[in-house]
Design a protein around this ligand. Structure first.
Ligand SMILES: C[S@@+](CC[C@H](N)C(=O)[O-])C[C@H]1O[C@@H](n2cnc3c(N)ncnc32)[C@H](O)[C@@H]1O
Length: 356
C-alpha cells in the first residue's frame, strides 16, 4: 500500500495534543476522523430511520465541467471524496458503467443516506469516511490506485437547510456544525471554551472578519451570563458587534464559515489529501477539486503546481457560467482545478523546469 507521507503523519500527531486551552486545541478533534475505521454504509447503517430522510435539495455545481475534467472512461474506478447528495457521483457512475466503480466517501452519515437514494442501481460503493483517509479505504477495498478523485469542498445545501445540524444562521438550531457526529468538539464547545484571543484568531484566519476581536469579546461577555448553545443567539451577538449598517451580506456569514472550518478542521483534511493525492492516483489518473473560498483554492493551486508527479490541466480555474449561477447561486464562488498524474517517470518535470 501507499506509504503515509510526512504531512499525513504530522496531522495524525495532533491526535496526541489535548485540549490545552490554546488555539490549535480544536485541531485535536481531527483524530476521530483520521483514525476512524472505515464503515461501508451497507454493513452498518448509521443513518436516521428511513421515513426521516428528506430528499436532496443540493444541486451539483460545475457538473459538465467536472465530467469533462475527470474524463471518466468505461471501467474506470473513480473516488468521489465528498459524495454529499450523490449528484456528481451519479453522473460519474453512469459514465464508468457496470465494469467500473465510484467510491463515494462522506463524513456525514445523513448525507450518505441521500447519496444512497441518488445512486441506487449504479456501481457506487458508499463509505462513511473522511477523504483524507483514502489510503485506508483503498486498503479495505484492495485497490492499489484509482483513476480519478473528485473533491467538492465545503458543505451541501442539504446540510445548510437542516436546522438540527446548526450550520445556518438564518434559522435557529443547536450550535453544532459537525460534519461527522463523532467529532469531539462542536461549534458550541469552541464558542464556550476557547479564549477571546483564540476565537478572534479563528474568525480572522478562516473568515477574514475585520471585527474579529470585538465579536470575540462580546461572545466571552455573553457566555459568562449563560452558555451560547444556539445558532440564533450567536448570530444575534455577532450582528450586535458590528458597528453601523451592514451591507447585503449578513455579518454572521463570515463567523459561521470560520467556525465550520475550525470545527471540521477542513483545511487540515485538505492539506493531508493534497500531500498524498498523486500517490493515490494511477498513472494518467486525474484529480478535480472544487473550492469555494481563497483559503482552499490557494492550497489546491500551489499543490497542483508544485507536485512533480502532477501536470496541471486547468491553467486558470474553471468557474460557473452565468446560466448556472442564475439557477444555483452556490455556484457563484466555485472554482474547479484539474491535474493529471504523469504517465511515465520521464514525464515528471525536473525541479529546475518551470511549471505552469
Ligand atoms: C459540497 S457537498 C458535496 C456535494 C456533492 N458533490 C453532490 O453532488 O451532491 C460536500 C460534502 O462533503 C462532505 N465532507 C466535508 N468534509 C469532508 C471530508 N473531510 N471527508 C469526507 N467528506 C467531507 C460534507 O459532509 C458534504 O456532504
Amino acid at each position: 500500500m501507499i506509504p503515509i507521507g510526512g504531512l499525513r503523519r504530522g496531522v495524525a500527531d495532533l491526535d496526541r495534543i489535548g485540549h490545552a486551552g490554546r488555539v490549535g486545541a480544536w485541531i485535536a478533534s481531527a483524530s476521530a476522523d483520521l483514525t476512524s475505521i472505515v464503515t461501508p454504509l451497507n454493513h452498518e447503517p448509521d443513518v436516521p430511520p428511513e421515513d426521516s430522510v428528506p430528499s436532496a435539495v443540493h444541486r451539483p455545481v460545475l457538473l459538465d465541467e467536472v465530467i469533462a475534467g475527470l474524463d471518466p472512461k468505461p471501467g474506470a474506478v473513480i473516488v468521489d471524496g465528498t459524495v454529499g447528495a450523490g449528484g456528481h457521483a451519479r453522473a460519474i457512475a453512469e459514465r464508468v458503467g457496470p465494469s467500473g466503480r465510484v467510491i463515494g466517501l462522506d463524513r456525514d452519515p445523513e448525507m450518505l443516506a441521500l447519496a444512497e437514494e441518488a445512486t441506487t442501481g449504479l456501481p457506487v460503493t458508499l463509505v462513511n469516511s473522511a477523504y483524507s483517509d483514502l489510503d485506508r479505504v483503498m486498503n479495505d477495498l484492495e485497490l492499489d490506485g484509482v483513476d480519478g478523485i473528485l473533491l467538492d469542498l465545503g458543505l451541501s445545501s442539504d446540510q445548510l437547510a437542516w436546522s438540527h445540524r446548526g450550520f445556518s444562521f438564518s434559522q435557529d438550531g443547536p450550535l453544532d456544525m459537525r460534519f461527522d457526529p463523532k467529532t469531539r468538539e462542536s461549534a458550541a464547545d469552541l464558542i464556550n471554551d476557547l479564549t477571546a484571543e483564540e476565537l478572534a484568531d479563528i474568525f480572522f484566519q478562516f473568515g477574514e472578519e475585520r471585527h474579529s476581536r470585538k465579536i470575540a469579546r462580546r461572545i466571552v461577555e455573553a457566555r459568562r451570563v449563560e452558555p451560547i448553545t444556539t445558532t440564533a443567539r450567536l448570530a444575534d451577538l455577532v450582528r450586535k458587534s458590528i458597528p453601523g449598517k451592514w451591507g447585503p451580506i449578513d455579518p454572521a456569514t463570515r463567523v459561521f464559515q470560520a467556525l465550520r472550518i475550525a470545527v471540521n478542521q477542513e483545511l487540515e483534511h485538505l492539506d493531508v489529501t493534497l500531500a498524498n493525492l498523486a500517490d493515490w492516483l494511477n498513472p494518467g489518473g486525474r484529480a478535480a477539486i472544487i473550492s469555494f473560498h481563497s483559503l482552499e483554492d490557494r492550497r489546491v493551486k500551489h499543490s497542483f503546481r508544485n507536485d512533480p508527479q502532477l501536470e496541471v490541466i486547468t491553467r486558470k480555474p474553471i468557474t460557473a457560467t452565468p446560466e448556472e449561477i442564475q439557477i444555483n447561486s452556490r455556484a457563484r464562488s466555485a472554482k474547479l482545478r484539474v491535474a493529471e498524474k504523469c504517465t511515465r517517470p520521464t514525464d515528471i518535470p525536473s525541479p529546475t523546469q518551470t511549471r505552469t
